[in-house]
Design a protein around this ligand. Structure first.
Ligand SMILES: NC(=O)c1ccc[n+]([C@@H]2O[C@H](COP(=O)([O-])OP(=O)(O)OC[C@H]3O[C@@H](n4cnc5c(N)ncnc54)[C@H](O)[C@@H]3O)[C@@H](O)[C@H]2O)c1
Length: 309
């Protein structure tokens, strides 16, 4: 690959992806677009490529890139704070950014991999499968559902064009600190426990999440480029892990014995259980999660403690 575009490359997943792409394709020209609304330049330490500081939903893509043809586009840019309830802002910026990208990519059928979200499944209790109907419970999830709908509609009209969605579950790992309250629960609980405080979770800590380590998420995002057809893939570890189990693993890694401090959940739209069915990603992308939650948490804590990279 000679020319690669990454949107949202100053963010958590986007920066891990950009640096992994740079390592895999050292001679490629990489361009990142990000408007820093939730990203941080510090995530791109060691990045040698080009950077366009712009809002993807307002950028004139043709004027910006003229006759530059990309071999691949990875779309990570999005408002990612699910507590932003401004419906116009959330839907405009997330959906129009993707529409502009697709209009830019359509003439050359540039392969596109875009970030979808497990939030599109809504309030479920069992394993989540790509073909089940969307049930967005907040406007962020609604905007991500619109991305899936847009991708499907463009793909139907252009059957030889590959547009692959990667439906991330709960991603955690290095480069998420800038997300503050929107960072993963694993990182929030680590910070509390590191400070010697009892970790605070909703009663009774048995809500489960499919936590996926960012290295696995990046691996799947890159392999989605070779999807056999346009589709969307669940991206998780394939395991539902409770907050109590996260706390137990953090205690092990930190050498602490802190008991959970339970409090009442004030959110009626809170997902009690997320769990990715990985059948499609396994069969079509040969994806296998390398970091099951216990391994990923141990690796991440070692990184946060400066014991590895
Ligand atoms: N982290 C997760 O657990 C998770 C779960 C599901 C889906 N996702 C999706 O993955 C993608 C990456 O998320 P993340 O966790 O890295 O979040 P992040 O907030 O760290 O990254 C998003 C990046 O996009 C940039 N951005 C936002 N809107 C933009 C715009 N209109 N124009 C240009 N840049 C813009 C931000 O500045 C930021 O750098 C997002 O699309 C998100 O919805 C993430």
């Amino acid at each position: 690959m000679r020319n690669i575009l990454v949107t949202g490359g100053a963010g958590f997943i986007g920066s891990n992806l950009t640096l992994a792409l740079q390592e895999k394709h050292p001679d490629a020209r990489i361009v990142v677009i990000d408007d820093f609304r939730s990203g941080d330049f510090k995530n791109l330490q060691g990045y040698r490529g080009d950077f366009v500081a712009a809002d993807v939903s307002r950028l004139d893509w043709q004027a910006q890139f003229k006759d530059l043809i990309f071999d691949a586009i990875f779309h990570e840019a999005s408002i990612t704070d699910t507590t932003v309830h401004d419906q116009l802002l959330q839907v405009h910026d997330n959906v129009e950014g993707f529409r502009r990208l697709l209009e830019f990519a359509v003439p050359h059928h540039t392969p596109v991999v875009y970030a979808s979200s497990a939030a599109t499944y809504g309030i479920g209790t069992g394993r989540m499968k790509e073909d089940q109907p969307a049930a967005p419970a907040n406007v962020y999830a609604f905007s991500k559902t619109q991305l899936d709908n847009l991708a499907r509609s463009y793909a139907r009209r252009h059957p030889s064009w590959k547009i692959a969605g990667v439906r991330y579950f709960n991603v955690y790992g290095p480069h998420e600190a800038h997300k503050k309250a929107a960072a993963s629960m694993i990182y929030q609980l680590y910070l509390q426990m590191k400070a010697g405080k009892r970790p605070r979770v909703f009663r009774a800590g048995e809500q489960k999440r499919d936590f996926v380590y960012v290295k696995d998420a990046v691996k799947m995002t890159m392999s989605a480029l070779s999807a056999p057809q346009s589709t969307v893939y669940n991206c998780g570890s394939g395991h539902a892990f409770s907050f109590n189990e996260v706390i137990a693993e953090l205690n092990k890694s930190l050498g602490t014995k802190l008991e959970p401090d339970y409090f009442e959940n004030p959110y009626p739209f809170y997902q009690p259980h997320t769990e990715a069915d990985l059948t499609l990603a396994k069969s079509e992308l040969k994806y296998n999660s390398e970091y099951l939650p216990a391994t990923g948490i141990a690796h991440y804590v070692a990184h946060l403690e400066g014991r590895n990279q």
